[in-house]
Design a protein around this ligand. Structure first.
Ligand code: NDP
Length: 341
């Protein structure tokens, strides 16, 4: 069967495309311009006509995906802005929300074969910055970022503009399904990953063009972007991009998943953990790596303000084993090194 993947040239999406092709699916990816299609066509050339790329120039335009959804059996919608240059919050919110509802609307009208739509949301749509350690579940929604963006507009923190865009986009998806439940032939699955790290296979000409999450990883491990205290105290939760790609495959293959959102997370981290893993990996010389205080990310004195209950993804999707920090770090560094970075 054939799967449509939107934003196929992105860091996460290109791994989703790869895993789908490896599992025997035909894949149609969308990108914003012809020049972005070339790299994908070359990377997946061995798959012949099982892999195609189409251009959807502006995902906010009505009917943008009308042609792209024709003849596909499932959709993975990943396209959404994730960068840190945003003035007016609508620069994020508009493509996030209209992109999502646009895909669903096109699937309603022209996706007569579509059975399942997976939307790549984020833990950004789940978490709120707590005042004491808190375990979040799929029942939680980020109201905090919405409130800040409503109150402060352009002056809101850029991460909260991003979080608001992801929250509003996911809410819009569930509302669309509720409103159209009588007339849609498909169901919705939403994936909520935290920080995503791991090897890069999309087109990144140089370190200054890395996608947002891996840019932080690269700059923290190899460019000394965080001081010793920050390395030991700042953290969050994370998942390897290859596990997230697998989750996208499971999300279209698991019948019972329909109508659910799933938090997919390996667990907590402090940046120091990845720095320590980088030293263990032996890929770069010690002198090229940040150091911090080895071991400071672990131990009884370390608190994690945000963590996630991932039992639902384990139970329903069968996602119960995750790639480790050590493996993720080693593979990512080897990838950087191969590129001469
Ligand atoms: P990338 O920046 O690598 O990919 C983003 C994709 O979305 C690209 O294909 C990009 O196209 C497309 N896109 C961005 N803005 C627009 C826009 N205004 N109109 C149309 N297309 C657009 O990021 P990731 O792979 O990291 O992100 C993919 C998805 O995963 C996003 O939905 C993101 O919110 C989500 N996510 C990411 C996490 C992470 O840590 N990386 C964590 C949790 C969720 P183009 O290349 O043309 O700009």
């Amino acid at each position: 069967s054939k799967v449509l993947v939107t934003g196929a040239n992105g860091y996460i999406a290109i791994w989703v495309v790869r895993r789908l092709l490896e599992k025997g699916y035909a894949v149609r990816g969308t990108v914003r311009s012809e020049s972005k299609a070339t790299y994908l066509r070359h990377l997946f050339s061995t798959y012949g006509d099982k892999h195609e790329v189409v251009v959807v120039e502006d995902i906010t335009k009505e009917g943008a995906f009308d042609e792209a959804v024709k003849g596909v059996d499932a959709i993975e919608h990943t396209a959404s802005p994730f960068h840190l240059n945003c003035d007016d919050p609508n620069e994020f919110i508009e493509p996030a929300v209209k992109g999502t509802t646009g895909v669903l609307q096109s699937a309603l009208k022209y996706g007569s074969n579509v059975k399942r739509i997976v939307v790549t949301s984020s833990c950004a749509a789940v978490l709120e910055i707590p005042t004491s350690p808190r375990v979040f579940t799929e029942k939680d929604w980020n109201q905090q970022a919405l409130k800040e963006v409503e109150e402060k507009g352009r002056d809101a923190l850029v991460m909260n503009k991003y979080r608001a865009s992801k929250t509003l986009a996911e809410k819009a998806a569930w509302e669309f399904v509720e409103k159209n439940k009588g007339s849609i032939g498909w169901d919705l699955v939403v994936l909520n990953p935290p920080y995503v790290f791991g090897p890069i296979i999309h087109d990144v000409p140089g370190p200054d063009q890395i996608n947002t999450s891996m840019a932080e990883f690269y700059n923290t491990l190899l460019k000394g972007a965080k001081d010793e205290k920050t390395l030991a105290t700042l953290g969050n939760c994370w998942i390897d991009v290859r596990d997230l790609a697998l989750a996208h495959v499971l999300a279209i293959e698991t019948q019972e998943a329909g109508g659910n959102r799933f938090i997919v997370s390996q667990g907590t981290f402090k940046w120091q953990d990845f720095v320590d893993a980088a030293h263990e990996a032996g890929v770069y010389p010690e002198s090229a790596l940040s150091k911090g205080t080895p071991g400071a990310g672990y131990g009884p004195g370390v608190t994690h303000m945000i963590s996630y209950d991932t039992s639902k993804a384990a139970k329903v999707l069968g996602l119960d084993k995750y790639i480790s920090k050590e493996q993720c770090t080693k593979d990512s560094l080897e990838d950087f090194k191969k590129r001469g970075w």
